[in-house]
Design a protein around this ligand. Sequence first.
Ligand SMILES: Cc1cc2nc3c(=O)[nH]c(=O)nc-3n(C[C@H](O)[C@H](O)[C@H](O)COP(=O)(O)OP(=O)(O)OC[C@H]3O[C@@H](n4cnc5c(N)ncnc54)[C@H](O)[C@@H]3O)c2cc1C
Length: 415
Amino acid sequence: MKTALVIGAGFVGASCAWQLQRAGHRVTLLDPGDFTRAASFGNAGHLAIEQVEPLASWANLRSLPQRLFLRGGPVGLPPRDIAAWLPFGLRLVAAATPARFAAGRQTLADLLSHAMPAWRWLAAQTGISQFLRQDGHFVAWESAASARRGKQHWLQADVGEARVQPASADELALLRAQFNGRAVDAVRFTHTGQVLDLAQAHQGLLAALQLAGGTVRSGQVRGLVSQGGRLHARCDDGADHTAELVLVAAGAASAELLRPLLGPVPLIAERGYHLESPAALLTGEGGLPPVAWEDRSVIVTRFASSLRIASFTEFSRSESPPDTRKWAALARHAADLGLPMAGSDASRWVGARPTLPDYLPAIGRSTVLPQLLYAFGHQHLGLTLSALTGELVAALATGAQPTVDLQPLRLERFR
Ligand SMILES: Cc1cc2nc3c(=O)[nH]c(=O)nc-3n(C[C@H](O)[C@H](O)[C@H](O)COP(=O)(O)OP(=O)(O)OC[C@H]3O[C@@H](n4cnc5c(N)ncnc54)[C@H](O)[C@@H]3O)c2cc1C
């Protein structure tokens, strides 16, 4: 049995760890263990297989001025973090050319076409199927003009394996009843999904890993060192972990770990914010699937025992102080939509999506250090792609044929 060390136990790392163990490795999964801050636990829970268009596009760049936070939009470019977002932005512009966008769309569509089957399989194998919901989602609008534009866009858009249709009269009535009468019109997606309880699904993955013989260790890796043909992970507490195979799956912290071994990686912390209320509203029969309010750029998700409103793409650093105006803005959106997160008892969260300039993940094996694998940079789709990423990493580790072409996901694309 080969030994494998997985650094980072978000959904990506946890899924990879379980798949590696299953593929015959003796796995140790290493993480500081405070899961409240990781994007894997603060996200919107949406299995978004419809998002086949990379966000690095001319269309997105053209609309950027209207989407800036300064003008009431979701995109934050904080002046204090200009040294992080300016070089990233220049690379994003270069990645948005029509040719690269078209290639990126093909890659993303390929990945997303396997995402739901991979989730179904992972959930069934690890005993967490009760947290997987495959009931689609809504996109809703609050004015006739935005509804006309938005509907026209989505009904003609490439949504991969998802399906989209106008919301029925009953569905619109339900949305109006639940959201303060705000929905003027909406579309209903099917074949998309949701993770109903992020913490419990994650616990289930870790339990399945341990049941299969893997180990979960608490530890913050301070540095990765190559010594005598082996990689060593040195931790804050002085512990030194080594294995025949090391996988870096540390989300937005991955670039920092890889820099001494592979050089700079253009990864940015694309931060999002949420407010959450423990009130389990929007219940009814089976509950309401996630609802994206496009005019506000927010998504509202009813989890098993809470309700969450999430938004914002703030190009910054994980450690920068939060911008409290963003929680205030979320509270205003919640109040308009008649949601309890407008109240002062709502919990506030900020965390970083790990994003690369072409909005594709990095999944591969180092050409310099063959014992080093990586899986990070899943941007807005890390929950959606986590189960598939585990399968791809296991294929890389064992030499099996991966289900998708991994060539476009190699880090060498940024050299
Ligand atoms: C507001 C918001 C909403 C989102 N909504 C969705 C959604 O609906 N659907 C979707 O698919 N995606 C969504 N995303 C994106 C998704 O959450 C991320 O892409 C995903 O969580 C990335 O997972 P990860 O495991 O790679 O990284 P993370 O979740 O960041 O986990 C990384 C782990 O690595 C550990 N780590 C870091 N440094 C070290 C170290 N030095 N040593 C050891 N361990 C370390 C951390 O403790 C952490 O547990 C959203 C993100 C945000 C912010």
